[in-house]
Design a protein around this ligand. Structure first.
Ligand SMILES: CC(C)(COP(=O)(O)OP(=O)(O)OC[C@H]1O[C@@H](n2cnc3c(N)ncnc32)[C@H](O)[C@@H]1OP(=O)(O)O)[C@@H](O)C(=O)NCCC(=O)NCCS
Length: 152
């Protein structure tokens, strides 16, 4: 199979949202996955998010990554079902890991839904470890200016 990996551009948003919405295991949020939020994420983390495309331009995989100066984060790693187990996720992650290293980031965190045992199996296989002594906690804020516009 011929595919290539390139950086995510703002203009990929509609295709990516469709992919995220239709892939089991990917959680999307009306505000955080709006065009505005994704553009902001890409601007804050230039060149750190990737996708895989076939020769005809069809997007078959994605990964968003970024960092806050201290820790790295990875979101929305997916490969369309029929293209799985060809090493595409691993190839995209290689690029992400290189970006972390170039940006002096020693550790990264991911959020995986507990019901996504297959996803957890993948990350474990890739060398990631659960931090059983940590609890993920969250609270909400009222972002100024926008209520989000993602139809998800
Ligand atoms: C998880 C996912 C991205 C893996 O994509 P992929 O392209 O099939 O993965 P790769 O082919 O690059 O696999 C790399 C290695 O992981 C292994 N692997 C792949 N999926 C695995 C799984 N579910 N459990 C355990 N190992 C797995 C492969 O066998 C390969 O091993 P090897 O290096 O020893 O040959 C894909 O299954 C997917 O899109 N899942 C749905 C979305 C999801 O759950 N995303 C992650 C949660 S945030």
């Amino acid at each position: 199979m011929n595919y290539s990996i390139r950086e995510v551009l703002d203009t990929d948003y509609d295709s990516l949202l469709e992919l995220w919405k239709t892939t089991h295991g990917i959680g999307i949020d009306e505000y955080s996955d709006s065009l505005e939020s994704i553009q902001r994420f890409l601007t804050r983390n230039p060149g750190m998010s990737f996708l895989a495309v076939l020769e005809d331009g069809k997007i078959i995989a994605s990964v968003l990554s970024g960092h806050d100066g201290r820790r790295g984060f990875i979101y929305h790693l997916l490969v369309q079902e029929k293209y799985r187990r060809f090493g595409i996720a691993a190839a995209m992650l290689e690029k992400v890991y290189k970006k972390f290293e170039e940006n002096f980031i020693p550790k990264a965190n991911i959020f995986v839904m507990k019901v996504n045992q297959s996803g957890i199996g993948f990350w474990t296989h890739e060398g990631w470890k659960s931090r059983n002594n940590l609890e993920i906690m969250q609270r909400e804020f009222k972002p100024m200016g926008s209520k989000g516009n993602c139809e998800c």
